[in-house]
Design a protein around this ligand. Structure first.
Ligand SMILES: Nc1ncnc2c1ncn2[C@@H]1O[C@H](COP(=O)(O)OP(=O)(O)OP(=O)(O)O)[C@@H](O)[C@H]1O
Ligand SMILES: [Mg+2]
Length: 375
């Protein structure tokens, strides 16, 4: 059984006086126990909205799904009180912006100890008043189990001098250290799943590599699954076991990391991979596909990628199909369901995309012109 199993997720933001924004439009996402699953896509593709829907942290949005199971139970059937326990106890979250996610007026040790007391297996509860006094006046005693656990967790995530660092405030730490503090905090409740939304985007590459190694180690050694959101395929190559590729609110492809890099199926994935040099290191940008993704309110019917796709043809205006390439590998592309041979995607036909006439290679290996119908 998948740890997280979401089918046909749709997230809509009602907009006063304008068309509603369908940020996520039929997404399937599954995270297996013990794996790091990557969720990759350009800016605006709906990665964060998908992640926040798992935490049920989308105020004002209409969230619908055919299935939304965590450990086999429907997350959207839980009460808000049950959800508060799940956030932190079962599912931890790490955000990109550590400066605004951490409390600036509490020591980092205090912030981790608080999670340990509320969600972990340490019981020091003594009522709201003493908790507030402890939080803002006296601080947690350094001999309290929750404090000792906080120091231990700082050590677990690779912080040197954890006992000293625990007594510092967020602004006294580097960006990389703060990111590690957030991971320690997420671990405080002993979760089964950590959702990390672009946890290393603001960091330089060496610091990023250290943190990704840390996530990999936590997954391997501490029985934590991770949903890792990134727009960097290099990060996926180095860190993830499997990956879901999103584009403008839809899933284009899902595969093991190996399948994705060795046998990409979707033209969008193939386009993204053009930007990843041998070895996987990238400058972190997915920019080599000409054009830009449509706003949610301006998506064409059918495949949202068809206006940028060099292989687009008439069928692409139809609803997205589902094609199983191999065990654990699926793509949503009409080339596979409508043609005997999907052919190669002629990415070097870039110049033709704007003209609406592009080339796909047919069986004979000769490029054949294909009209892209306007949506
Ligand atoms: N509260 C909101 N109200 C209206 N639209 C929203 C809201 N939140 C997100 N959106 C829209 O939903 C779409 C998906 O946004 P999301 O933040 O999930 O993208 P993302 O893939 O995380 O991008 P990035 O890589 O920039 O973080 C965007 O078009 C965004 O403008
Ligand atoms: Mg985001």
């Amino acid at each position: 059984m998948s740890l997280l199993d979401v089918e046909n997720l749709r997230v809509t933001f009602p907009v006063d006086g304008g068309p509603d924004v369908r940020a996520v439009d039929g997404v399937d996402i599954a995270v297996e126990p013990g794996e790091i699953h990557g969720l990759v896509g350009e800016s605006g593709s709906g990665k964060s909205v998908t992640a926040r829907s798992v935490m049920r942290l989308l105020d004002g949005a209409v969230v619908e799904a055919d299935r939304f199971d965590y450990r086999g139970e429907d997350l959207y059937a839980k009460s808000e009180a049950e959800m508060r326990t799940i956030r932190g106890d079962d599912i931890g979250m790490v955000f990109q912006d550590s400066m605004s996610a951490l409390n600036p007026v509490m020591t980092v040790g205090e912030q981790i100890a608080e999670v340990v007391r509320h969600h972990g297996d340490v019981d020091e509860s003594a009522g709201l008043l003493s908790e507030l006094r402890r939080k803002y006046v006296t601080g947690t005693s350094e001999t309290a189990p929750s404090w000792r656990r906080a120091v231990e967790l700082l050590e677990t995530v690779g912080i040197a001098d954890p006992a000293d660092v625990a007594t510092t405030y967020p602004h006294q730490l580097s960006g990389g250290q703060r990111q590690r503090v957030m991971i320690a905090q997420a671990l405080g409740g002993d979760p089964s799943l950590i959702i990390a939304d672009e946890p290393t985007t603001a960091l330089d590459v060496t610091v990023e590599a250290g943190i990704l190694d840390e996530l990999r180690r936590l997954c391997d050694e501490m029985d934590v699954s991770i949903l890792l959101i990134t727009h960097d395929l290099g990060v996926v190559a180095e860190t993830c076991d499997s990956v879901t590729v999103m584009y403008s609110g839809s899933v284009m492809e899902r595969a093991s990391t190996e399948q994705l890099f060795q046998h990409p199926a979707h033209p969008y994935t193939k386009g993204l991979l053009r930007s990843v040099p041998e070895g996987g290191a990238t400058d972190g940008e997915l920019t080599t596909i000409p054009g830009s993704a449509p706003e949610p309110t301006e998506r064409p019917d059918g495949c949202p990628f068809r206006d940028r796709c060099p292989a687009a043809f008439e069928a692409c205006a139809d609803p997205l199909p589902e094609h199983v390439v191999d065990a654990g590998h699926a793509t949503r592309c009409h080339l596979y369901t409508e043609r005997d041979d999907p052919g190669e995607v002629a990415w070097d036909a870039d110049a033709d995309i704007d003209a609406g006439v592009t080339a796909v290679t047919d069986d004979s290996g000769e490029p054949s012109p294909t009209e892209v119908t306007d949506g």
